[in-house]
Ligand binder design. Sequence first.
Ligand code: NAD
Length: 295
Amino acid sequence: MKLLDGVHLSGIIRREIAIRVMEHCSNQRRSPHLAAILVGNNPASQAYVRNKIKACEEVGFGSTLIKKPETTSEQEVLELIAELNQSKEIDGYIVQLPLPRHIDEEKINLAIDPIKDVDGFHPNNFGRMALGLPALKPATPKGIMMLLERYQIETDGKHCVVLGRSNIVGTPISLLMSKKTKPGNATVTIAHSRTHDLAALCRSADMIIAALGIPKFLKADMVKDGAVIIDVGINKIADETHPKGYRLVGDVDFESVKEKCSAITPVPGGVGPMTITALLDNTWETYAKTHSINL
Ligand code: NAD
């Protein structure tokens, strides 16, 4: 079984990005700059944003964290977005989800300038991706594709079952996996909470991408010998032995499945770090475009 190590691979790709920054940025040309808007006090969101900002420092990007209280109005967030859209100093930005309930996520998403949409959620980018045109791709699916590419996982003609149909993971990764690309060219089945006989479907898969948000959902008896397993899930489960009182597990029962599969991503340390690496790569992409640097 091959461990698809997202921490190790992220280290390599982030060093490549850092080298590009050193080569192209100087006193005359500022370095790429990512901004993040964080509304409210969701602890998981705070941790995600902190990691993204830390990753920017690692590769030599500038970063700005805009923290707003839970009570911030939708209008205030829209005004912030308008400022970021205009700013010549910000190449890309994200609005960390979820937003407080009184803020319409769709409205916020539509207000983001697609050129600076490094999360790739704006319909312009999503639609272009669906058509196979150049686009900023959502960070998690892009990170998975980078992982498959760098570990040279063969996907051509394989049956790939995607568990989950969310707009941020399940739907975009199923689109990318079905495109005429390498990696890609897979025969994709997208499964969800209404799918019948999921276990049999999973057993027919050469590759399973699990993104449902249910701890250890995918068990060994649902996996074909030699399948490739990509675990997107990040779930907290109680653990008295851990200093924090909990630990993180994926949507895959790693201990049993690792004995059956040919390759698997761990949680933590698999898709999570690759997501942040893909976000950095998207930020570099927007920067390179506006500064006419050939990619
Ligand atoms: P979501 O809640 O938006 O979507 C879950 C999907 O799973 C839905 O489409 C639903 O139909 C499907 N589902 C639910 N129960 C099912 C069942 N019993 N059988 C089959 N399908 C079922 O979730 P999401 O935002 O896509 O996130 C999924 C998981 O991935 C979560 O654990 C989340 O924390 C994690 N995540 C990780 C990263 C990362 O960087 N590693 C990024 C985003 C999300």
